[in-house]
Design a protein around this ligand. Structure first.
Ligand SMILES: Nc1nc2c(ncn2[C@@H]2O[C@H](COP(=O)(O)OP(=O)(O)OP(=O)(O)O)[C@@H](O)[C@H]2O)c(=O)[nH]1
Ligand SMILES: [Mg+2]
Length: 353
């Protein structure tokens, strides 16, 4: 619930109250029990929107809205809304719209299930159904157009990428739970100037910067969108391209906010998403960040070469260990072990996408 509150605040809401309900079984009509829904109705004075942490079907959402008399949003709808607010680039906006339409389509159908349940034939081909069919068709046409536009944006980027791939620098990608401190680490390691905020999903669009390492090694460091528990599948699908850098990365830096009460859960959630993306076997360094918040001089049992580093993007503690650990992993990978013949002094000192 604390995370849902944080999501709501990140979307610009003020949280009036939060309520919990324990149930063995989700209610098909209201998700929560009808009694609980009526209790919520009693507390809705001055409230604009009610947010539920579970995913609602279209009919559950409509039933609740009718009963409560206010707008009802589920966790996925809320996350999609944050993404819609944050998207800056044309690609980001297209991806979010695609995810939103993908979310809307089955919910639209829910409006007419009472007709479908009556079976085919007389009385089921009313104007409502025709309207639904045409709405669905319009949405599908729009989704196809967005997919084509995205394809074009991506082809263009692939052209831009070609010369970059001639530069034999490995890609190191920051991944992790939203708000873990990925962008802060990016800034601390490369002075990239990426916006850092105590908000969920502060970063949507990817950034790529040159990262100077010990032994004269150079890599490209990528910062991108964070993950979350129960991440909407529509978003993962729509953001495949944004995650291209992650897919191409030779090394992943999995950033964990070690000061968070649910650090282990968050770490496991990210590992789950990485598995879904086919990245479970990619060489990964676990970066336990925000150690400055742990109180006096925390001790960690692991050492160099263990694939684990403790850092503070805020104070700079552990950043040299992290740079050394990256080189250790690079040296373990046969194709990456030899440093590039040119240190690339004549190249641009920054690459962005
Ligand atoms: N105390 C402390 N705070 C940190 C540290 N690293 C990041 N933060 C804070 O944590 C919050 C989130 O930092 P970001 O760098 O934006 O996190 P992110 O992982 O990029 O988050 P998203 O882009 O939203 O996924 C900000 O308020 C940072 O100032 C750290 O090492 N110590
Ligand atoms: Mg960020």
């Amino acid at each position: 619930m604390a995370e849902l509150e944080q999501l709501a605040r990140s979307a610009g809401a003020r949280v009036a109250e939060s309520l919990l309900q324990e149930r063995d079984r989700l209610d098909p009509a209201y998700l929560i029990g009808k009694g609980k829904a009526e209790e919520i109705r009693g507390r809705c004075a001055g409230v604009d929107v009610v947010i539920l942490d579970e995913e609602l079907s279209g009919s559950q959402q409509r039933n609740l809205e009718k009963l409560l008399g206010v707008r009802v949003v589920d966790r996925t709808g809320l996350i999609l809304d944050i993404f819609a607010q944050r998207a800056q680039t044309r690609e980001g906006k297209l991806q979010v719209e695609l995810a939103q339409l993908d979310y809307l389509l089955p919910r639209l159908a829910g409006a007419w299930t009472h007709l479908e349940r009556l079976g085919g034939g007389i009385g089921t081909r009313g104007p409502g159904e025709t309207q639904l069919e045409s709405d669905k068709r319009q949405i599908k046409t729009r989704m196809a157009k967005i997919r084509r536009d995205l394809e074009q944006v991506r082809r263009h980027r692939a052209l831009l990428r070609r010369p970059r791939r001639k530069i034999p620098f490995p890609i190191v990608a920051l991944v992790g739970y939203t708000n873990a401190g990925k962008s802060s680490l990016m800034n601390a390691l490369t002075h990239a100037g990426v916006a850092v905020r105590d908000q969920l999903f502060a970063t949507l669009d990817p950034t790529l910067r040159r990262l100077m390492l010990p032994e004269g090694r150079v890599a490209l460091l990528s910062d991108t969108v964070g993950f979350i528990r129960k991440i909407p599948h529509q978003l993962v699908a729509a953001f495949q391209a944004t995650l291209e850098e992650v897919q191409e990365a030779e090394i992943l830096l999995h950033v964990v906010d070690i000061s968070h009460a649910h650090a282990e859960l968050q770490q496991a959630a990210v590992e789950g998403v990485l598995g879904d993306l086919g990245l479970a076997d990619r060489p990964t360094i676990l970066v336990y960040n925000k150690i400055d918040r742990l109180g006096e001089r925390p001790q960690f049992p692991w050492g160099p070469g263990s694939g684990r580093v403790a850092t503070s993007a805020k104070t700079g503690v552990g950043l040299d260990d992290l740079r050394r650990e990256i080189v250790t992993v690079l040296n373990k990978t046969p194709l990456l072990a030899a440093p590039p013949s040119r240190a690339g002094k004549s190249e641009r000192s920054e690459v962005s996408c």
